[in-house]
Ligand binder design. Structure first.
Ligand code: NAD
Ligand code: DAU
Length: 350
């Protein structure tokens, strides 16, 4: 079967592509990616010459290009990860998120629908990878389940909620076999250093301030990226079309506690005296509309499909730090050029 994975050069996408290419030699994996600032073929160096892997550079917003690609290659399934993914960038430039996350998703759905209508047996599944942010923000207690009402707050989460609704609409209206998973915050190797954890790893390394929004009291539920990729594999192969699964780590941390733990790990790794890195913590102006707390109830996935997270947070964070310290060139390449402008706009005058 030919499987199209979109956004496969990004953070999570590269881990999903690697898992599928290595584990399923009988599939041909097409990685379609625009290579925006967040897409990086260096993430896939180890598999780029595998016979069942092909890279296609392209934009999901370009409907003609997408229709031509589907009509030529007749994919049997799609795993859709391509997106604009950073909340802060969505606050600065919401329209970019509408184009890629909403229109791009609808373009893919239309192209998949055409193949499905030609031969209903030939198209297995449109798997949409989404986020827990569609559910909005929790108070001190409670967790998001698959039946929690949608209540997105940021332009990013509004665009992802919209794309989720389109996926369900194509399932209900046209019968397109599709499903959605909504996952909590991922961390791990290849994470672009605009996001909290890799940004702070990079800044600790360079002795720069660690910008914590507000009082650092916001809570996120962290999951190691390879555990997310394993969940996608399990859901892709076992879940019924029309279903939804929440994916999460049962691993809630306030931002300030995450960064304190990171500082401690990196004091040791960098041979600095205990407490050195914590001095870099700087509280800065809060994110507009900042969701207080996310926590995912993944009981359905655990009970029905037998998936569970494999790593404790401390171990996963240490593995992540080790990866960044061993891949200095990767970090150097992604933090030069445009990143510097982005950093200045976001943080210097904050
Ligand atoms: P990322 O920003 O690291 O990667 C996104 C990828 O999509 C990049 O390779 C980029 O080049 C590509 N892309 C962007 N616009 C495109 C376009 N118009 N056409 C083709 N390719 C395009 O994102 P990520 O963190 O890996 O997230 C992947 C998916 O998982 C997203 O849909 C995101 O909403 C979802 N998700 C992310 C998290 C998380 O914690 N990072 C959690 C839950 C869900
Ligand atoms: O919950 C899943 C979502 O997790 C995904 O859908 C998004 O694609 C992904 O980017 C992530 O969103 P967050 O906004 O939670 O991640 P981020 O790393 O940007 O921020 C994590 C927390 O840290 C959040 O409460 C904001 C805070 N933060 C972030 C940055 C970048 C800071 O305090 N300082 C920072 O510099």
């Amino acid at each position: 079967m030919k499987i199209l994975i979109t956004g496969g050069a990004g953070f999570i996408g590269s881990h999903v592509v690697r898992l599928f290419v290595n584990k399923y030699p009988s599939y041909t994996i097409y990685n379609l990616d625009k290579l925006t600032y967040a897409g990086n073929l260096a993430n896939l160096k180890d598999i780029e010459n595998k016979p069942n892997y092909k890279f296609v550079k392209g934009d999901i917003v370009d409907a003609d290009f997408i229709n031509k690609l589907f009509s030529e290659l007749k994919f049997g399934a799609v795993i859709h990860l391509a997106a604009e993914s950073h909340v802060d960038r969505s606050i600065t430039n919401p329209l970019e998120f509408v184009y890629t996350n909403v229109i791009g998703t609808v373009n893919l759905l239309n192209a998949a629908k055409t193949i499905y209508k030609e031969n209903t047996n030939a198209f297995k599944l449109f798997y949409h990878v989404s986020t827990d942010e569609v559910y909005g923000s929790l108070g001190e207690t409670g967790m998001f389940t698959e039946t929690t009402s949608y209540d997105p707050h940021s332009p990013y989460s509004a665009s992802k909620a919209s794309s989720d609704h389109f996926v369900r609409a194509y399932h209900d209206t046209y019968g397109l076999p599709s499903l959605i998973s909504n996952c909590s915050n991922n961390y791990g190797p290849n994470h672009f250093p605009e996001k909290l954890i890799p940004l702070c790893i990079s800044n600790i390394k360079n002795n720069k301030p660690l910008p914590i929004y507000g009082k650092g009291e916001n809570v996120r539920d962290w999951l190691f990226v390879e555990d997310h990729a394993r969940a996608i594999d399990v859901i892709f192969h076992n879940a019924k079309a029309g279903s939804t699964y929440n994916i999460g780590g049962h691993n809630e941390w306030t931002n300030i506690d995450v960064i304190r733990l990171l500082c401690k790990i990196m004091d040791k790794k960098l041979g600095r005296a205990e407490g050195t890195n914590e001095k870099l913590i700087t509280f800065v102006k809060d994110r507009a509309g900042h969701d207080l707390r996310y926590a995912i109830d993944s009981t359905k996935l655990q009970n029905e499909l037998g998936w569970k997270p494999s790593l404790q947070f401390e171990e996963g964070l240490e593995r992540t730090v080790d990866w960044y310290l061993a891949n200095e060139e990767w970090l150097q390449n992604v933090t030069s050029g445009d990143y510097q402008k982005y950093y200045e706009q976001q943080y210097v005058k904050r």
